[in-house]
Ligand binder design. Sequence first.
Ligand SMILES: NC(=O)c1ccc[n+]([C@@H]2O[C@H](COP(=O)([O-])OP(=O)(O)OC[C@H]3O[C@@H](n4cnc5c(N)ncnc54)[C@H](OP(=O)(O)O)[C@@H]3O)[C@@H](O)[C@H]2O)c1
Length: 256
Amino acid sequence: MKLGFIGTGKIASSVITGICTSKIYFKKIIISRRNKHISQKLKKRFRKVSIAKTNQEIVDKCNWVFLAVTPKVGKKILPKLNFRSNQKIISFISTISLAQLKKIVKKKTKIVRAIPLPPISLGKGPVPICPPDKQVKFFFNKIGTTVEIKSERSSKNFWAISGMMAPFYEILKVLANWLVKRGIKRNEAQKYITSLFVALSQDSVINSQKHLKYLVAESQTPGGLNELGVKELKRSGFYKSLEKSLNSILKRLSKV
Ligand SMILES: NC(=O)c1ccc[n+]([C@@H]2O[C@H](COP(=O)([O-])OP(=O)(O)OC[C@H]3O[C@@H](n4cnc5c(N)ncnc54)[C@H](OP(=O)(O)O)[C@@H]3O)[C@@H](O)[C@H]2O)c1
């Protein structure tokens, strides 16, 4: 199978790295020239990656075509491309709906929207896909965890949560800065914090079948530090503001 990527930016490069370092069987990955620096780097790193001269060449040569450009660029370049009905289009484009894509593509090509996230380069993280598709599900399960979603409306809720990646890192940064201010070397501070949070994340994945309230409860000793931590943060409105921020992100997504 030949895989094509139109748009070689942050997310395409993460997905391509994930594919090339996984057990997925494929013949070739053909990518667009842009971004020039990223495409050259991927070609150098992975033997099966080649760079196409035009976006149409990618469409012509590939069985699956991944759309990894921004919505603005997508609206400009996609109508000019000639897709085939026997190929599959997987769109990462945040704000172009399935109905709009179908209109742009014109052919009866199978279109699936997917929301991979940068840790896919490590073979980790959720990949919501809509509508459900067996082959695409199987594919992303090799480099992450596919979540099949029936309605596009519902997929926006998952998309909103993905806006919490930078806030998550910001929390790590604030914690590290706090330790540094207290005289701890930055690399020691960051080592402690990142290994603590990776351990907590792994534990939560193992326990993800049961309600998360049990992890919250089990990690607190009555009268202990964690009890104080949750109490203080609740009192200051930290968790309420988390919910508020999610609502704002969802509101923005609902406008498109
Ligand atoms: N980043 C994420 O975590 C993430 C996750 C899921 C979905 N998405 C979605 O995926 C899409 C891409 O996001 P991104 O973060 O990867 O953006 P990005 O880093 O800006 O990548 C977009 C790429 O498109 C290229 N491009 C511009 N014009 C082009 C053209 N005419 N033909 C081919 N390629 C062209 C750009 O090249 P130049 O640099 O040369 O302009 C750039 O490499 C967006 O719709 C975004 O919403 C992103």
